[in-house]
Design a protein around this ligand. Structure first.
Ligand SMILES: Cc1ncc(COP(=O)(O)O)c(C=O)c1O
Length: 368
């Protein structure tokens, strides 16, 4: 093996000027907006503050040790689907598993948005728009109302059309943290012609005391997205899943590459699903801590904290870049959200451990 690392001899400007046959839409698209920063109190990615329990890691490792790494895994992670089905209460044939729910967002945009329409609100989780742009879908984003409620009339008018497409809704919403009234979600479903897939992204549902699972049996065109990255503390393992009627699930599965969930990954998730008790205790702590952070900052002299049903808060400050830098100086890393239309000055702060939240509250109050 050579220790010499060769590099391109062209300079960056030359490499950038070549188009490589890559579609203009891809060349124009922004990269996912994230840069890694180290800080003692990390509240920037809505992760669980706690790692997967060591006892469960040991069990998962043992499972990996006894699996055949030379063999391809279960093609559609069928045995894991059975376990998710039993846990969630939805039939295994209607489950599609991927390395993170991000992959499902892209697959849905590919299945029903590409050469058709993607409907969403703005601001919303950035991948809905990013995938649409990469796939050259006709992206329609309606601004949330100033109080972050849904622009119901505009969405309903679009959904009533027979123009085929996919609509993305996150409940609780990201990045506002708002949970919209169930009647509004149902009104959108009722309005949607069967030309639409209605995606309800439940990445944070565990913190909200509400799931839309009951809607799956009532509307054939609903998909629910879930992830193990948040409440389950397994963001590093990368697993998300879709729940839908089996016919729709089969169509989405076709978009994905075969064997897309590794056997190693399946071993971890199966272990978590066999002993899920740790998750509930963590959810309860997030909910308690969320209320504590909100109460502490509700009457902040210059910031406005928005109520949240997720594991983070959106906070409006006079200037997001300044707030971000000042908090970082105090060891607290948060995420700027001010590039979204309507979120001028906003930062998003995850709920951490009680000690981390205390550190954040103290730092925030010093900025009054
Ligand atoms: C609303 C929403 N959906 C989906 C995801 C993607 O989660 P993952 O790909 O880790 O499953 C995120 C991640 O932050 C999110 O905020």
């Amino acid at each position: 093996m050579s220790n010499v690392v060769r590099r391109w001899c062209y300079d960056a400007a030359v490499l950038n000027s070549i188009n490589y046959g890559i579609r203009q839409a891809v060349r124009d698209a922004a990269e996912y907006p994230f840069s890694k920063i180290d800080a003692p109190v990390k509240l920037d990615q809505n992760e669980s503050a706690y790692d997967f329990p060591t006892k469960l890691k040991t069990i998962a490792l043992e499972r990996m040790l006894h699996s055949d790494w030379n063999r391809y895994p279960d093609i559609h992670a069928n045995s894991l689907s059975e376990k998710i089905a039993a846990h969630v209460g939805w039939q295994a044939e209607g489950i599609v598993i991927t390395p993170g729910s991000n992959v499902l967002i892209h697959a849905l945009a590919q299945a029903a948005g590409m050469r058709q329409r993607v409907l969403s609100v703005s601001p919303a989780f950035s991948l809905y728009a990013l995938s649409s742009k990469l796939l050259e879908a006709d992206l329609l984003e309606y601004p949330l109302n100033p109080d972050f409620t849904l622009p119901l009339t505009a969405l309903k008018t679009q959904l009533e059309q027979a123009t085929p497409g996919v609509v993305f809704l996150a409940e609780p919403h990201a990045p506002t943290g708002a949970l919209h009234p169930i009647e509004e979600v149902e009104a959108l479903l009722k309005a949607a012609s069967e030309q639409w897939i209605v995606v309800i992204d439940e990445a944070y549902f565990e913190f909200s005391n509400r799931s839309h699972l009951a809607l799956l049996g009532q509307y054939p065109n609903v998909c629910i997205l879930r992830t193990f990255s948040k409440a389950w503390g397994l963001a590093g393992v990368r697993v998300g899943y879709l729940l839908a009627n089996p016919m729709l699930a089969t169509q989405i599965q076709k978009i994905l590459s075969p064997f897309n969930v590794s056997g190693i990954t399946q071993a971890v998730i199966e272990t978590a699903l066999e002993q899920p008790a740790y998750v509930q205790q963590r959810i309860s702590e997030v909910i308690t801590e969320r209320a504590r952070v909100y109460a502490a900052l509700e009457s902040h002299a210059i910031w406005k904290i928005f109520p949240s049903a997720a594991n983070y808060h959106l906070i409006r400050t006079p200037d997001a870049k300044i707030a971000h830098a000042q908090l970082l100086e105090k060891g607290v890393l948060v995420r700027k959200q001010d590039s979204y239309l309507g979120l001028e000055g906003c930062i998003r702060v995850s709920i951490g451990t009680p000690a981390e939240n205390t550190a954040f509250i103290a730092a925030a109050l010093e900025l009054e």
